[in-house]
Write a protein that binds this ligand. Structure first.
Ligand code: B4P
Length: 196
């Protein structure tokens, strides 16, 4: 099974991807997590990505495409994977198509988590507060000012993917405003229809 989770920042892509990993035993490929790990490890990619991420902007397509291209060739991806937060631009979507085509595999579905903007910022602020309460530093991009930029980037660069995947007949919308459990249930319902 090869899935894409699409949606604005804070829509719950990472949250739902983790649950899909547990249920289906395929890995979650989160470009956000991979980039944060690179920043933490102070690799060359991490040094280039750090300021961009902290400003709420998108890291360059060439960097992100390269890390995903390497990742999907690892053994644990042979049975499938969940792309969480990737692709985020039309150029990245074209890169996915090429990557899959070169490996002779296809995409099963693109699940769009639909959440309204007001709820998104509330979730991000809550996550930052919870991190602080637990004595951990919040993510540098989890604050309302940077969040505004993340949302602007989403509408400018990522939202066009909705039409792109709709035209390919791959897009399925799920109500991301519901509780975490209810969203999981809705996604499982979609997967059941695709691959009973
Ligand atoms: P990501 O790490 O992908 O972060 P995200 O979009 O904010 O999060 P997500 O939608 O996964 O929300 P989550 O489940 O965590 O990206 C961070 C940055 O990395 C980007 O801004 C960019 O700079 C860079 N980047 C990543 N991928 C890139 C790419 N492909 N190209 C270029 N740059 C890239 O949920 C958020 C919160 O909501 C959590 O606290 C969660 O508990 C809560 N929540 C989730 N579902 C809920 C629900 N149903 N109800 C209530 N709360 C819910």
């Amino acid at each position: 099974m090869r899935l894409i989770l699409l949606g604005p920042p804070g829509a719950g892509k990472g949250t739902q991807a983790q649950r899909l990993v547990e249920k289906h035993g395929i890995p979650q490929l989160s470009t956000g997590d991979m980039l944060r790990a690179a920043v933490k490890a102070e690799t060359d990619v991490g040094r280039r990505a750090k300021a961009v991420m902290e400003a709420g902007e998108l890291v360059s397509d060439s960097i992100v495409n390269a890390i995903v291209g390497e990742r999907i060739d690892q053994a644990d991806c042979a049975r499938g994977f969940i792309l969480d937060g990737y692709p985020r631009t039309l150029a990245q979507a074209d890169a996915v198509e090429t990557m899959l085509c070169e490996r002779g595999v296809g995409l099963d579905a693109v699940i769009e988590l639909v959440v309204d903007d007001k709820a998104l910022v509330g979730r991000i602020v809550k996550r930052a507060e919870e991190a602080q309460a637990a004595g951990q530093p919040p993510r540098k991009d989890d604050n309302p000012d940077v969040f505004d930029e993340r949302l602007r980037e989403y509408y400018k660069k990522t939202a066009p993917l909705i039409g792109y995947y709709h035209a390919k007949g791959k897009l399925v919308g799920v109500d991301g405003m519901a509780s975490i459990d209810a969203v999981t249930e809705a996604i499982e319902g979609v997967l059941e229809e695709i691959a009973p």
